[in-house]
Design a protein around this ligand. Structure first.
Ligand code: MG
Ligand code: MG
Length: 274
């Protein structure tokens, strides 16, 4: 059952999403060659608590840490350990926080030092596909429209779109209805209505879409060992249009990156009608 949120609930959810956005921003300046994952995980936990929130993933289904830490060929659900980051790595960091009873849940894949151009392209395309998907989260559209848009965009670039893991509704539970696959058919699935809040999160592989799981029962990695990227935003449907609750701006500020993608999304939405 899809739980529709009131404006007051969405305001609280924006707070929760921003706890995560700020945490990823804090981590952005720490992510470099030599960084210790477990130390960063502890920093993230403390940073979340300082904001009056609780880590959203710690203890959820018995997950042992605050961050999902998934380097290189790991897709999602990796567990932080003592393997220091190396120059040329990519690291997907997924973070959850719960505040006032509502979850924030979003993710970013960072480049560590000098990363191969073909891997940087995977990051660019995956991030762009997130916004391509978000634009389809609008009144009258359906779950399949978002999935189709992401799948089409990424497959055109020759990438594999993971099937087994999907985005989701978000609220007082981390995973609510509807499921939001990154693949699908136009016009299929649940219809979007105002008050829905979802996490849209393309998980895109440079090679095969097939995945496997480590014996730790958590870590998902690509079947061919090629890199995978993951970007996630929390998005509410308001007045028929998608509105970002999370932001990558804290990351960009930390890294000195100029990016207009979030403004471009807002501008595109303000000039189009439904
Ligand atoms: Mg997530
Ligand atoms: Mg999620």
């Amino acid at each position: 059952m899809i739980k529709i949120k009131t404006a007051e609930e969405i305001a609280l959810m924006r707070e929760s999403a921003l706890v995560v956005s700020k945490t990823l921003g804090m981590l952005a300046s720490e992510i470099k060659p030599g960084a210790n994952p477990l130390r960063l995980d502890k920093m993230a936990e403390e940073f979340i608590r300082e904001q009056g929130a609780e880590p959203g993933f710690l203890g959820m289904y018995d997950f042992p840490n605050t961050l999902n830490w998934s380097p290189n060929a790991q897709v999602v659900h990796g567990i932080p350990n003592n393997d220091e980051l190396k120059d040329g790595d990519i690291i997907s960091v997924d973070c959850g926080a719960v505040k006032n009873g509502y979850y924030g849940d979003h993710a970013y894949t960072f480049a560590v030092g000098e990363v191969a151009p073909e891997t940087l392209k995977l990051l660019e395309v995956t991030k762009a596909s997130l916004y391509v998907g978000i634009r389809e989260f609008k009144a009258g559209n359906r779950v399949g429209d978002v999935g189709y848009a992401i799948q089409n965009y990424c497959e055109k670039a020759g990438y594999g779109v993971v099937r087994e893991l999907v985005g989701h509704g978000l609220g007082t539970d981390l995973h609510e209805d509807p499921q939001m696959p990154n693949y699908g058919k136009r016009g299929r699935g649940k219809k979007f209505v105002d008050g829905m809040v979802v996490a849209i999160e393309p998980m895109i592989n440079m090679g095969t879409r097939r995945i496997k799981q480590l014996k730790d029962g958590w870590t998902i990695l690509t079947a061919d060992g090629k890199p995978s990227a993951h970007f996630e935003h929390d998005v509410a449907l308001i007045d028929g249009k998608p509105e970002l609750l999370s932001t990558f701006q804290y990351i960009y500020d930390a890294l000195g990156i100029e990016s207009d993608e979030e403004n471009e999304l807002r501008n595109a939405l303000s000039t189009t009608s439904n």
